[in-house]
Design a protein around this ligand. Sequence first.
Ligand SMILES: [Zn+2]
Length: 144
Amino acid sequence: MLYSEKVMDHFRNPRNVGEIENPDGVGEVGNAKCGDIMRITLKVEDGVIADAKFTTFGCGSAIATSSIATEMIMGKPVEEALELSNRAVVEALDGLPTHKIHCSVLAEEAVKAAVKDYYDKNNITYDPKIFCGLECGSCHHHGE
Ligand SMILES: [Zn+2]
Protein backbone atom coordinates (compact mmCIF):
# COMPACT_ATOMS: atom_id res chain seq x y z
CA MET A 1 0.00 0.00 0.00
CA LEU A 2 1.63 3.22 -1.17
CA TYR A 3 -0.48 5.51 0.98
CA SER A 4 -1.58 5.03 4.59
CA GLU A 5 -5.28 4.87 5.45
CA LYS A 6 -4.99 8.27 7.08
CA VAL A 7 -3.60 9.83 3.91
CA MET A 8 -6.44 8.32 1.89
CA ASP A 9 -8.99 9.47 4.46
CA HIS A 10 -7.76 13.08 4.46
CA PHE A 11 -7.49 13.03 0.69
CA ARG A 12 -11.06 11.76 0.23
CA ASN A 13 -12.59 13.78 3.08
CA PRO A 14 -10.39 16.82 3.54
CA ARG A 15 -11.13 18.83 6.71
CA ASN A 16 -11.42 22.58 6.89
CA VAL A 17 -11.62 23.23 3.18
CA GLY A 18 -12.42 26.78 2.20
CA GLU A 19 -11.49 30.33 2.87
CA ILE A 20 -12.05 32.34 6.05
CA GLU A 21 -13.69 35.71 5.51
CA ASN A 22 -11.56 38.62 6.69
CA PRO A 23 -8.73 36.33 7.79
CA ASP A 24 -6.09 37.49 10.27
CA GLY A 25 -3.39 35.73 8.31
CA VAL A 26 -3.03 34.37 4.80
CA GLY A 27 -0.28 32.09 3.57
CA GLU A 28 0.12 30.97 0.00
CA VAL A 29 2.97 28.81 -1.14
CA GLY A 30 3.73 26.55 -4.05
CA ASN A 31 6.25 24.04 -5.24
CA ALA A 32 7.46 23.73 -8.76
CA LYS A 33 8.08 20.02 -8.53
CA CYS A 34 4.51 18.79 -8.85
CA GLY A 35 2.78 22.14 -9.23
CA ASP A 36 1.05 22.15 -5.85
CA ILE A 37 -0.36 25.46 -4.66
CA MET A 38 -1.56 25.71 -1.07
CA ARG A 39 -3.41 28.60 0.54
CA ILE A 40 -4.17 28.74 4.25
CA THR A 41 -6.27 31.39 5.98
CA LEU A 42 -6.27 31.85 9.75
CA LYS A 43 -8.56 33.42 12.30
CA VAL A 44 -6.64 34.40 15.43
CA GLU A 45 -8.32 35.25 18.74
CA ASP A 46 -6.23 36.26 21.76
CA GLY A 47 -3.13 34.81 20.17
CA VAL A 48 -4.81 31.45 19.59
CA ILE A 49 -5.72 30.00 16.21
CA ALA A 50 -9.49 29.94 16.40
CA ASP A 51 -10.02 28.73 12.86
CA ALA A 52 -7.95 27.55 9.94
CA LYS A 53 -9.04 26.74 6.42
CA PHE A 54 -7.20 25.74 3.30
CA THR A 55 -7.56 25.45 -0.41
CA THR A 56 -5.03 23.31 -2.20
CA PHE A 57 -4.59 22.84 -5.89
CA GLY A 58 -2.35 19.87 -6.04
CA CYS A 59 -1.63 16.23 -5.65
CA GLY A 60 -3.36 13.96 -3.12
CA SER A 61 -0.47 14.17 -0.67
CA ALA A 62 -0.59 17.96 -0.70
CA ILE A 63 -4.33 17.88 0.00
CA ALA A 64 -3.97 15.32 2.80
CA THR A 65 -1.12 17.23 4.46
CA SER A 66 -2.89 20.57 4.34
CA SER A 67 -6.03 18.97 5.74
CA ILE A 68 -4.26 17.42 8.71
CA ALA A 69 -2.08 20.52 9.21
CA THR A 70 -5.17 22.71 9.73
CA GLU A 71 -6.45 20.18 12.29
CA MET A 72 -3.10 20.18 14.09
CA ILE A 73 -2.82 23.96 14.48
CA MET A 74 -6.44 24.68 15.37
CA GLY A 75 -6.88 25.77 18.98
CA LYS A 76 -3.15 26.23 19.44
CA PRO A 77 -1.29 29.42 20.31
CA VAL A 78 0.24 31.00 17.22
CA GLU A 79 3.80 30.34 18.44
CA GLU A 80 3.01 26.66 18.76
CA ALA A 81 1.60 26.52 15.25
CA LEU A 82 4.94 27.84 14.07
CA GLU A 83 6.58 24.75 15.49
CA LEU A 84 4.56 22.51 13.22
CA SER A 85 7.15 20.63 11.21
CA ASN A 86 6.66 18.65 8.07
CA ARG A 87 8.01 15.68 10.02
CA ALA A 88 5.15 15.99 12.54
CA VAL A 89 2.65 16.27 9.70
CA VAL A 90 4.03 13.16 8.01
CA GLU A 91 3.98 11.26 11.30
CA ALA A 92 0.37 12.28 11.91
CA LEU A 93 -0.49 10.82 8.52
CA ASP A 94 1.32 7.55 9.35
CA GLY A 95 3.92 8.32 6.74
CA LEU A 96 4.18 9.40 3.13
CA PRO A 97 6.12 7.91 0.23
CA THR A 98 9.60 9.46 0.12
CA HIS A 99 9.02 11.18 -3.20
CA LYS A 100 5.96 12.92 -1.70
CA ILE A 101 7.67 14.36 1.37
CA HIS A 102 8.11 17.73 -0.38
CA CYS A 103 4.31 18.07 -0.41
CA SER A 104 4.23 17.99 3.39
CA VAL A 105 6.91 20.69 3.47
CA LEU A 106 4.39 22.85 1.69
CA ALA A 107 1.93 22.57 4.60
CA GLU A 108 4.59 23.68 7.08
CA GLU A 109 5.51 26.60 4.85
CA ALA A 110 1.90 27.66 4.24
CA VAL A 111 1.23 27.75 8.01
CA LYS A 112 4.40 29.76 8.58
CA ALA A 113 3.54 32.17 5.78
CA ALA A 114 0.06 32.70 7.27
CA VAL A 115 1.50 33.35 10.74
CA LYS A 116 4.06 35.76 9.27
CA ASP A 117 1.24 37.60 7.54
CA TYR A 118 -0.62 37.77 10.86
CA TYR A 119 2.49 39.12 12.63
CA ASP A 120 3.09 41.69 9.89
CA LYS A 121 -0.52 42.89 9.88
CA ASN A 122 -0.52 43.32 13.65
CA ASN A 123 2.95 44.85 13.93
CA ILE A 124 4.10 41.97 16.09
CA THR A 125 7.88 41.81 16.17
CA TYR A 126 9.61 38.50 15.54
CA ASP A 127 12.97 37.07 14.72
CA PRO A 128 13.05 36.85 10.91
CA LYS A 129 15.15 33.70 11.22
CA ILE A 130 12.10 31.70 12.27
CA PHE A 131 10.80 32.16 8.76
CA CYS A 132 14.05 31.20 7.13
CA GLY A 133 13.44 28.73 4.36
CA LEU A 134 10.35 30.62 3.37
CA GLU A 135 12.08 33.57 1.86
CA CYS A 136 15.74 32.80 1.92
CA GLY A 137 16.42 30.96 -1.28
CA SER A 138 19.76 29.55 -0.20
CA CYS A 139 18.29 27.12 2.31
CA HIS A 140 15.13 26.29 0.45
CA HIS A 141 14.52 22.72 1.46
CA HIS A 142 12.37 21.47 -1.39
CA GLY A 143 14.36 18.42 -2.47
CA GLU A 144 15.52 18.47 -6.05
ZN1 LIG B 1 2.76 17.23 -4.42
